[in-house]
Design a protein around this ligand. Structure first.
Ligand SMILES: [Zn+2]
Length: 185
């Protein structure tokens, strides 16, 4: 996995304060995921890194007050929506992609997330043209899983960085890992 020569891109999904220990939707293995992701990026300094960020309006449909399954999280402009400080050094202009911005639509996948210039992650990937996409992030069974499914549908070879994952539920994590393994790379 590390010190690779193949052309790769690392996609980091939702390593945001609200999904990390202390956040409103804190996930298991979240601090470990951030630490492992930091190591992965630092050990591969020439590999482009794309960050996917859940980024909701305060009245988002996925929040309990609107009948959704989740407590409020990653509201735009709040600390909870920010990328963990240990990863900030790796954030580059044009490589942060926001999703879940439409109040009426849930968007677990980062595939169509958009950067500040309005480019979709899938478009930027085409430009970078990696041989493989390496996925890290939170939560395995929701946003990581859905992003991986969309990437593979589009024909990308995807590698899961297992030590860089956090999850809502251990069983769901295991099931999602198995499903992602089965869909092949
Ligand atoms: Zn969300």
């Amino acid at each position: 996995m590390y010190f690779w020569s193949m052309k790769r891109v690392i996609v980091v999904v939702d390593e945001l304060y609200d999904f990390i220990e202390g956040g409103s939707l804190a996930c298991a293995h979240s601090l470990e995921a951030v630490a492992a992701t930091k190591r992965l990026i630092a050990q591969n300094p020439d590999t482009p890194v794309l960050f996917v960020c859940d980024h909701h309006p305060a009245n988002h449909c996925s929040f309990a007050a609107q009948g959704g399954p989740w407590p409020p999280h990653c509201v735009a402009g709040t600390h909870g929506a920010e990328i963990h400080e240990d990863l900030q050094a790796f954030v580059q202009d044009g490589r942060v992609f926001f999703k879940g911005c439409d109040p009426s639509m849930e968007q677990y996948s980062g595939f169509e997330g958009r950067n500040a210039a309005g480019q979709a992650l899938c478009e930027v990937l085409e430009t970078l043209a990696p041989e493989e996409v390496v996925i890290a992030g939170i939560a395995t069974e929701y946003c990581v899983y859905n992003t991986v499914v969309d990437l593979r549908k589009a024909g990308w070879k995807v590698v899961i960085a297992e030590d860089c994952l956090g999850w809502v539920d251990a069983e769901g994590h295991a099931e999602a890992l198995a499903a992602m393994g089965d869909s092949g790379t």
